[in-house]
Design a protein around this ligand. Structure first.
Ligand code: ROI
Length: 162
């Protein structure tokens, strides 16, 4: 199954957090990394008195179920010492399952497609970079969503090292 995962960090060397998280996702069992967006810098959505975020999106081909994939991602968050200070506040690493094939999932642990996709430039733009022709189950085409989603100060990092 093809799944897309959003990555975000704004604490403890965010670029490093996101880069090593991508390597950690690469190492997840039964899972192959098939696409990787640029890293982006984005102003915080939520309280403004927190640092800018580094965001990215990756695509994986996985034989894990959605909940097994979620378990694997939460393990990675734990390994990164996921600090989360307040609701909608700063965090060391956030990994979200954005899409899992064309499945619609709503239970206590998981909402897929991720409910915030359409409002979040820091998800829409990196996702469109790696999957421009995507259809979001229950929503519009990603292209249409992007057309209605202002970039909100999102900038790709010039140099994917810096
Ligand atoms: N804001 C940005 N720019 N990027 C994020 O990844 C992010 N994650 C969050 C909240 C606090 C909503 N704001 C964010 O969880």
């Amino acid at each position: 199954m093809l799944a897309y995962i959003g990555l975000g960090s704004n604490l403890e060397q965010p670029q490093q957090q996101v880069r090593t998280a991508i390597e950690d996702i690469r190492a997840v069992t039964k899972t192959t990394l098939v696409a990787q967006s640029s890293l982006y810098r984005s102003p915080p959505m939520g309280p403004q008195d927190q640092p800018d975020y580094i965001n990215a999106v990756v695509g994986v081909e996985t034989d894990l179920t959605p909940h097994e994939l979620l378990d694997a991602l939460q393990q990675i968050e734990q390994k990164h010492g996921r600090i989360r200070k307040r609701h909608w506040g700063e965090r060391t690493l956030d990994l979200d399952i954005l899409l899992y094939a064309d499945k619609v999932i709503e239970d206590e642990r998981l909402t897929v497609p991720h409910p915030g996709i359409a409002e979040r430039a820091f998800v829409v733009y990196p996702l469109a970079e790696i999957a421009p022709d995507l259809q979001i189950p229950g929503l519009d085409s990603l292209a249409a969503i992007k057309a209605h989603c202002p970039p909100e100060g999102l900038v790709p990092l010039e140099n994917n090292q810096s």
